[in-house]
Design a protein around this ligand. Structure first.
Ligand SMILES: C[S@@+](CC[C@H](N)C(=O)[O-])C[C@H]1O[C@@H](n2cnc3c(N)ncnc32)[C@H](O)[C@@H]1O
Length: 362
């Protein structure tokens, strides 16, 4: 890591254009190619080894390879040879990482580029509403009024990007602990919550709102014996997710008007990376829908990161959805408006996922 001021500025400022080359590197499978060759190679050697990938596009491939060294995702040896490093290998072997960087270098880079223009055009109106972010502004500026009226998730689906996004979510760049393991480390015993409910004859239903391809509920199924398909529900509104073997899938658009939470009285409503997609007003609306469906024994478990640890993610949520990361103080303010209270919270020291438990006020 550079400690010199100019290097810090230089590295950050000059990484923006190379990020634009990331989708090109992925298109040409440059990371896989370097890992497969497993030795320092000149650009031409790489192209010769995989002629079908690069035919007629040599110069683009040379520059893309060089641009990746600016991000340190590929190593430059002796000024003119390239070799895979640990980051190259991680990208090549981890679909979530590859699709994750694609998301940042596609939607997030695009929307960020229109942030200032959007602010200038609206006399710095802020915060953004979910349907009026720099993303919608950008499409309107480009004359695409159809996409300009859509939510960023719907734009990703329209642009053929939603399956890729869902793959990113399956691991969040890689090396994630399972949710039950993570909760145990945070001092929250999910198995005991289920055990206690069984002892008191309460339902053991768990709902994962916006649960993506269902990884979190599958992890719970694996970790806590006796939970069946009917007990583990994923609620989604995502054209790429139409069935999840071993789990129950319910189609629910939590943003829609007059759409109450479809599962009443669940033991736990999980929401991972959902609230940071929402502006405050929409977050309170969703909390209210949950609160109305909750029984006295129900709890909401929000799985999000410590705000102070993820300023980059906070900025990304702002430009994509008008969303935001939240501190515990901010959670306390929001839950108050929904008739709930924060009953437990814990975050790891790093940027890993933490947990906030909310229950109905008694
Ligand atoms: C950031 S992803 C998190 C996915 C998953 N919870 C995880 O942690 O991997 C947000 C999820 O919310 C879903 N989603 C977005 N808008 C939604 C809506 N209006 N109603 C229901 N689900 C929605 C998306 O399809 C996506 O799977």
């Amino acid at each position: 890591m550079p400690t010199n001021t100019i290097d810090i500025i230089w590295n950050a400022a000059t990484s923006v254009a190379p990020l634009g080359f990331v989708p090109v590197a992925i298109h040409f499978c440059l990371f896989d190619a370097l890992v497969e060759l497993d030795r320092p190679v000149k650009g031409q050697e790489l192209l010769d080894a995989f002629p079908e990938k690069f035919c007629g596009r040599q110069t683009t491939a040379y520059d893309t390879l060089f641009a990746m060294t600016a991000l340190s995702w590929v190593e430059l040896v002796d000024g003119n040879r390239y070799k895979a490093n640990d980051t190259t290998r991680h990208l090549a072997r981890t679909p979530s990482a590859l699709h994750g960087v694609l998301h940042f270098a596609t939607e997030i880079l695009f929307s960020s580029a229109f942030l200032m223009r959007k602010l200038q055009a609206s006399d710095f109106e802020y915060p953004f509403a979910g349907l009026d972010t720099p993303m919608q502004f950008a499409y309107r500026a480009m004359g695409n009024d159809r996409l300009a009226q859509m939510h960023t998730y719907d734009i990703m689906a329209e642009e053929g990007r939603i399956a890729s996004f869902n793959t990113f979510m399956q691991g969040k760049l890689g090396n994630e602990r399972t949710m039950p393991e993570r909760l145990t480390l945070l001092g929250y015993d999910l198995a005991s919550v289920v055990e206690e409910a069984r002892g008191q004859g309460q339902p053991v239903t768990m709902v994962d709102v916006g649960g993506g391809r269902g990884d979190m509920m599958l992890q719970v199924k694996e970790a806590i014996p006796g939970l069946e398909e009917k007990d583990l529900i994923v609620e989604e509104c995502n054209p790429d997710i139409t069935a999840i073997p071993g789990l129950s899938l319910v189609v629910w658009d939590y943003n829609a008007k007059n759409s109450p939470q479809p599962v009443e009285g669940a033991l736990v409503y999980h929401l991972a990376g959902v609230f940071h997609n929402l502006p405050d007003l929409d977050a309170v609306r969703l909390l209210r829908k949950l609160s109305e469906a909750m029984a006295p024994y129900s709890r909401v478990l929000v799985h999000e990161r410590r705000k102070a640890a993820v300023p980059g993610s906070h900025a990304a949520m702002v430009v994509l959805y008008g969303g935001r990361e939240r501190s515990v103080e901010e959670w306390n303010e929001l839950v108050e408006l929904a008739g709930l209270q924060v009953t437990f919270y814990a975050f790891p020291d790093d940027r890993g996922l933490g947990v906030v438990e909310m229950r109905k006020k008694v």
